[in-house]
Design a protein around this ligand. Structure first.
Ligand code: FES
Length: 80
């Protein structure tokens, strides 16, 4: 499996809504970062990380795709 594309070098602040479903892009190819737009499908190596927000809150979602806490920024972009 090739490494995911680095889609950005800083996280994107998102207001999650409790009970809403999200699909975080894992491949880095989406033009709708940090969310999946289906561009992972041709290569077939990646699939989005789908999750339902357990509470409404502000989060910072990863765009560099190097995070060890998938979906969420862990500061990994700072060492790129
Ligand atoms: S476009 Fe990247 S996981 Fe779907």
């Amino acid at each position: 499996m090739k490494s995911p594309k680095i889609a950005g070098t800083s996280p994107i602040k998102v207001e999650l809504e409790k009970g809403k479903r999200y699909a975080w892009c894992t491949c880095g190819e989406s033009t709708n970062q940090p969310f999946c737009d289906g561009k992972h499908k041709p290569a077939g190596e990646y699939s989005p990380l789908v999750f339902v927000a357990e509470e409404s809150k502000t989060v910072h979602l990863c765009t560099c795709k190097q995070t060890k806490n998938p979906g969420f920024c862990d500061g990994a972009h700072k060492s790129l």
